[in-house]
Design a protein around this ligand. Structure first.
Ligand SMILES: [Zn+2]
Length: 265
């Protein structure tokens, strides 16, 4: 007896052999790893991930309430567009500086200039300065740290449309758009190699200071620019902070997931 004679097969989904993913990994894991019960009408309220519920529902609520008595000034509207672009779409201008992506790639990259393209897929190489800029801007979308996000997204591509894909499209549009974050995951995302990210000093730095960075980039900067710039503190808070968060989270963060499913990019 002893270890399996064929190293490409596993007996225990919790203990991955080093090297490549074994052939039976998905079927074996789905069969042997315990999963939480399915979400139903009778248990859904016990299965909520409250941190994600807060992130997804508080900004639109505060933004809509604030917008009722806050006129949208022209400069604040421009700032909303510019800052949405910088945080949510990673700053096309920055990418042009990198001069490594084609226009078509840019069209499909989204927020993801940093989180998606650079760190998850390693589509291009960036200087340390550009990495820090993209890591700081990406924190302004409040979609989690690069380390957390890229780990889930690599599993998504590796196990697309199986239950080891954290946003499995077979569970419906609502689930792959928001449900996967609102509810506690039914099982761990499939194994994905993120050893490169664990060694990346920018990724480690962003993960360590994520909450502070997210607060500064999502709330302090958009308010301060509008406040000191043209005296519109409240507009900065309502439009450039809260409603921008709603916009970038739903447009950039999720469109590339759907796009990923369609195009497997
Ligand atoms: Zn992707």
């Amino acid at each position: 007896m002893g270890l399996s004679p064929n190293p490409t097969y596993i007996q225990d989904p919790e203990h991955m052999p080093t090297g490549s993913i074994p052939d039976n990994y998905v079927s074996h894991t789905l069969k042997h790893q315990e999963a939480l019960p399915p979400i139903t009408w009778s248990n859904w309220y016990k299965e909520l991930n409250w941190l994600h519920v807060f992130i997804l529902f508080v900004p639109p609520t505060l933004g809509i309430i604030g917008a009722v008595d806050t006129p949208l000034q022209r400069k604040t509207a421009i700032w909303f567009v510019v800052y949405s672009h910088l945080t949510g779409f990673g700053g096309f201008a920055l990418i042009f500086l990198a001069r490594l992506l084609t226009l078509l790639e840019l069209y499909y990259s989204g927020l993801t200039a940093g989180y998606h393209r650079l760190w998850t897929h390693r589509t291009y190489k960036a200087s340390k300065t550009l990495e820090y800029i993209l890591a700081i801007l990406g924190a302004g979308v409040v979609e989690g740290s690069i380390a957390w996000w890229a780990r889930g997204h690599r599993a998504h591509h590796r196990y697309t449309d199986t239950d080891l894909d954290p946003y499995n499209a077979h569970r419906g549009l609502f689930y792959s758009h928001m449900g996967w974050m609102i509810f506690k995951p039914r099982r761990k995302p499939g194994h994905a190699d993120v050893s490169d990210l664990r060694q990346n000093p920018v990724v480690k730095w962003q993960h360590r200071y994520y909450l502070l960075l997210a607060f500064i980039m999502a709330v302090v900067i958009p308010m301060t620019v509008a406040g000191y710039g043209w005296g519109d503190w409240k507009g900065g808070y309502v439009y450039a902070s809260m409603l921008r968060l709603v916009f970038v989270q739903h447009v950039s963060g999720n469109s590339f997931r759907i796009q990923s499913n369609l195009l497997t990019v």
